[in-house]
Design a protein around this ligand. Structure first.
Ligand SMILES: [Mn+2]
Length: 211
């Protein structure tokens, strides 16, 4: 069975003094690239809602450009509650090679050359308590990946965000659920991986491709 390698990071919170920052992101991506990932996934909160300025947003756009143009890797991402809460998103540029949901609902994202289907949702308000993830499609085949900025059952955060349950995520049949929102690295389920990479961690995983 063929597999796909993913490099996954989350919750960069550009602008927050204690956040890992651009240098961490570039160095960690450089390390991950040595293992030849097929795609990079970022699970939301690129900027910090309280601290980010337009300069931080521009840094975030530069990071996405670095991934797609210099590292030549496609990027799949969703927006998190901090991105929305910053009020800066209307200024974020479009760029080729960056894939994210366009609307407010669950969307299927396919990336040319990457044999996966991503089921992804943008956070659209802060907080975003919508009971939306109940509608994530259930699949029987390999190669489906969830990309979600969610609290799941809320035990690791007090900020409501796209609630769901581990049992429900497991029942979808995905090869991995890559989460943002919780800043500690937490593995809710080891195989298939369901969890938060956490702030300042680069997660490298390999998943079975679409048949
Ligand atoms: Mn966050």
């Amino acid at each position: 069975m063929s597999t796909v390698r993913l490099a996954v990071f989350a919750d960069l919170h550009l602008g927050r003094p204690s956040a890992p920052g651009m240098r961490w992101a570039c160095e960690s991506l450089a390390g991950a690239v040595e293992n030849q990932p097929d795609v990079v996934v970022f699970t939301g909160d690129l900027v910090d809602k309280k601290k980010a300025t337009r300069t931080d947003l521009d840094d975030g756009a530069d990071l996405f450009r670095h991934i797609t143009q210099e590292l030549k890797l496609p990027l799949v991402h969703v927006w998190g509650n901090h991105d929305v809460g910053s009020g800066l998103l209307p200024h974020f540029p479009e760029m080729p090679g960056v894939h994210r949901p366009r609307g407010a609902g669950i969307e299927e994202i396919r990336v040319p050359g990457v044999p996966l289907v991503f089921h992804a949702v943008n956070v659209v308000q802060d907080p975003d308590p919508r009971d939306l993830l109940k509608d994530l499609p259930q699949v029987q085949e390999a190669g489906h990946i969830g990309v979600l900025h969610t609290e799941v059952e809320g035990q690791y955060t007090n900020n409501p965000c796209l609630p769901t349950t581990l049992e429900h995520l497991l029942s979808r049949g995905y090869g991995a659920c890559l989460l943002g929102h919780v800043h500690a690295p937490v593995v809710l389920n080891a195989s298939p991986f369901i969890g938060w990479p956490g702030m300042g961690r680069m997660l490298e995983i390999e998943v079975p491709a679409l048949p």
